[in-house]
Design a protein around this ligand. Structure first.
Ligand SMILES: Nc1ncnc2c1ncn2[C@@H]1O[C@H](COP(=O)(O)OP(=O)(O)OP(=O)(O)O)[C@@H](O)[C@H]1O
Length: 610
């Protein structure tokens, strides 16, 4: 839960790193990876083994019926039309109608069952991935772009779903149809088959020529589209800044540039790829001409019958389509396997709790916290915090002060065990926190952050997030203590007011009051406050201040301070500079010392009064 609560908190601190590039794996390794991925997909599919068997059976039937129709037509021409047997022809007509009804039925059933299998599979994968994501440690999220994770949860899984929906059927049906048509053709006339097949190399070469070109063009189109989308997103979220600096024209110019690039790439990609069906059509017509011409000569020499020409003409059309489909499906399949690989790679990330099975629970705590010679670095090269030692009595308040990048947030991340120290230990009530389950430590903590995070849902649900079993009365009580009750009551739907994920319709200050109510409800022993820096009107600020005082009463609290005038009451002020604790003491003591804090305080005071 706290992972979620601290999400915005983390966003600010995230130093985005590029997606790890794992070098260029050898083709042998790739093949092994694919085998592994396919095996894993099969594991999911095998749960629906029965239905899968039915799908394959239906594919077999539909391919069989598709081949049977033209065959019967061909045979009827030779047997009944030539002999003018009308009764038999009527029987054939009835038979053909039945065959095509069965064909449609088997096509419908194979799709019906395959879609069910696909939906069940991606449902399971989606659920497992989402559940696993929530067990992953904070460093995992710190190292990745949120867009990238979103794309795995949505696009990659969608890709798997689409491929399972259509490609599996198409691939099997194409292979069966190819084998079927060629076998029957070979049986009827090996020579005419060979002549008909001469068109295949032309088809393969043509496809290769086109896909080689379109591959690059589609990539360019995709990257231009990504660029344009990113630009739109950026300019939408930066609307206020753009307007304040009157940069609208420049933004529009930038958009036009990117839009033009996309148009150019899109034009060529679509034009050349649109040529594929035309080329296939042309080659189809050519094969028809060859069959009719050469077949006609064969008939004249009594080598085959007219019925065989009809069967060939129909079959030639049938086997060029699966060739085309196979080529198309292969690309879709590759991209789905790549997507599945990415999804599975997240599922394989070690979660936060797997190493904790033997760890104990942190039961009731008073809130005494000790940093015992703690050092830590993110990149394992240079320490972010170095040799930090201090002790906080239960119920005391501590303020972290220091310039930007000094390590204030890192201290909180260590306290919450989002990260573990490389050296030293953190103790709560004398227990080394690395020996207890993270969840049981975080249960005793609550966060009130400057960008309070609200979830999609009602105000009541958002407050209840602090303690899921809280009654409605307790929620109102917490809201009253947090000075939030009066503004909630003024809303038309009161506690049932829906707020969207961005907290739309609620001011920054009101959001803070709600997150104070949430923290009050969870009744933690240890509190983390990221002091608001954004400009909030004085009345709301006073309300927040008052609510915070109530919240902090009797709890150990850690405040990340940005404005020094609000932390003068803190029991201890810890001054950090480049990850080191350079000063420690109360406000008065530090002023008397006349060091870094005193300088910082005086310069801020001068700014505010001056
Ligand atoms: N996830 C991370 N990965 C790598 N380096 C990080 C990460 N988070 C923070 N840092 C680095 O650690 C140092 C301390 O950062 P931290 O966020 O703790 O400072 P801060 O005092 O809270 O700063 P601010 O007042 O700007 O919030 C900075 O140099 C920062 O660049």
């Amino acid at each position: 839960m706290l992972d979620k609560l601290t999400e915005p908190f983390r966003h600010e601190k995230i130093k985005l790193t590029e997606q790890e590039t794992d070098g260029a794996p050898s083709s042998k390794k790739r093949a092994e990876d694919w085998k592994g991925t396919l095996k894993r997909i099969w594991k999911y599919l095998s749960e629906s083994r029965g239905k899968l068997f039915l799908v394959l059976l239906m594919i077999f039937f539909s391919s069989f019926f598709a081949l049977l129709g033209p065959f019967i037509v061909g045979v009827s021409i030779d047997e009944f039309i030539v002999n003018q047997d009308t009764t038999a022809l009527l029987w054939v007509l009835g038979g053909l109608a039945l065959i095509y009804i069965f064909h449609s039925l088997s096509v419908f059933l194979q799709h019906f069952w395959m879609v069910r299998i696909a939906q069940k599979t991606v449902f399971t994968i989606r659920t497992q991935l989402f559940n696993h994501l929530h067990k992953l440690p904070v460093p995992f999220f710190d190292k990745r772009k949120h867009g990238e994770l979103m794309s795995r949860l949505t696009n990659d899984i969608e890709n798997i779903s689409n491929t399972l929906n259509s490609s599996v059927i198409q691939i099997f049906a194409s292979i069966l149809t190819l084998i079927g048509t060629i076998s029957v053709m070979l049986y009827l006339s090996p020579l005419l088959t060979l002549i008909t097949l001469t068109i295949v190399p032309a088809m393969v070469l043509g496809m290769k020529w086109i896909t080689k070109r379109t591959g690059k063009l589609f990539k360019a189109q995709q990257s231009n589209l990504g660029e344009l989308n990113g630009y739109i997103q950026e300019t939408m979220s930066g609307q206020r800044i753009i307007k304040t600096f009157s940069q609208e024209e420049k933004v529009i110019e930038g958009f036009e540039e990117r839009n033009t690039e996309l148009r150019k790439a899109g034009f060529w990609a679509q034009t050349i790829s649109g040529f594929i069906p035309k080329l296939m059509n042309m080659l189809n017509n050519l094969s028809f001409a060859i069959i009719a011409g050469v077949g006609g000569i064969f008939v004249l020499y009594d080598m085959i019958t007219i019925g065989v020409i009809v069967i060939f003409a129909e079959y030639a059309r049938q086997f060029t389509r699966p060739l085309n489909d196979l080529a198309n499906q292969f690309n879709t399949l590759l991209s789905a396997i790549a997507g599945a690989e990415r999804v599975f790679s997240i599922m394989d990330e070690p979660d936060e709790i797997s190493d904790e099975e033997t760890h104990g629970e942190l039961e009731e705590v008073t809130g005494e916290v000790t940093f015992d010679d703690v050092s830590f670095s993110y990149e394992k090269e240079e320490n972010t915090v170095t040799n930090i030692s201090f002790r906080v009595q239960a119920g005391e308040s501590v303020a972290f002060v220091g310039p930007t990048g000094a390590g204030k947030t890192t201290m909180i991340s260590l306290l919450s065990r989002f990260y573990d120290p490389d050296k030293g230990a953190l103790l709560v009530d004398g227990t080394d926190t690395s020996t207890v389950k993270r969840e049981s430590l975080r249960k005793h903590m609550a966060f009130v952050l400057q960008d309070s995070f609200l979830f999609q849902g009602t105000i009541r649900e958002n407050i209840r997030y602090g303690r899921l079993n809280a009654s409605d009365e307790e929620i109102v009580e917490a809201a009253k203590l947090a000075n939030a009750h009066s503004f909630i009551s003024r809303l038309p739907d009161g506690y049932d007011t829906e707020i969207d994920a961005e907290g739309g319709g609620i001011s920054q200050g009101q959001k803070q009051l709600l997150s104070i109510a949430r923290a009050l409800l969870s009744d933690p022993s240890i509190l983390v406050l990221d002091e608001a820096t954004s400009s909030i009107d004085t009345v709301t600020e006073l309300k927040i201040q008052e609510a915070l005082e109530r919240l902090m009463k009797g709890r150990t609290s850690f405040v990340i301070a940005h404005r020094l005038n609000t932390i003068q009451q803190a029991d201890q002020i810890i001054v950090l500079h480049q990850g080191r604790m350079i000063e420690k003491g109360s406000h008065e003591e530090l002023l008397k010392e006349g060091g870094f804090y005193a300088d910082l305080y005086n310069s801020q005071l001068k700014k505010e009064t001056g």
